[in-house]
Design a protein around this ligand. Sequence first.
Ligand code: NI
Length: 182
Amino acid sequence: MALLPILEFPDPRLRTRAEPVQQFDAALKRLIADMLQTMYAAPGIGLAATQVNVHRRLLVMDVSAEKHQPQVYINPEIVARDGLEVSEEGCLSVPNVFEQVERAARVQVRAQDQDGEPFERELEGLAAVCLQHEIDHLAGKLFVDYLSGLKRERIRRKLEKERRERVSGAAKPAAHASARVI
Ligand code: NI
């Protein structure tokens, strides 16, 4: 297994629309294992292939407190949504930024597992938020897109400043609320 580098906003590759997965082979299983390892190490509770510069419709997540319930969704589509809920989100591709985002409270998702078997599942709470956030990634969309242009620009400048400081070795480790980093 290997840790994969995670693209960070405003990297234009994060805007790529992912293509459907067609081959359910050993390479796909290796990618899934690498993505799970990368997500747990980050640490985060969800990761879309787009974020590791693989533009295929695949995401992994684990919203369990003990981090022992990995979920894999291949070619996921939301087929029903219900209710609205606002909650705080962060993102591994937008480090140390947390903002309120409104999403459907409950979703029904249709997807395939790593062997290509189709399944459907109903999600609510954090799992529903996480899945919607990751499916957005596959469409080239980021949670900062739900904010005002002014706020997004402020976030972009803050991240670029932090990256410069990281390069010059002056960066302080930031507080990390990893429970909401998706
Ligand atoms: Ni994210």
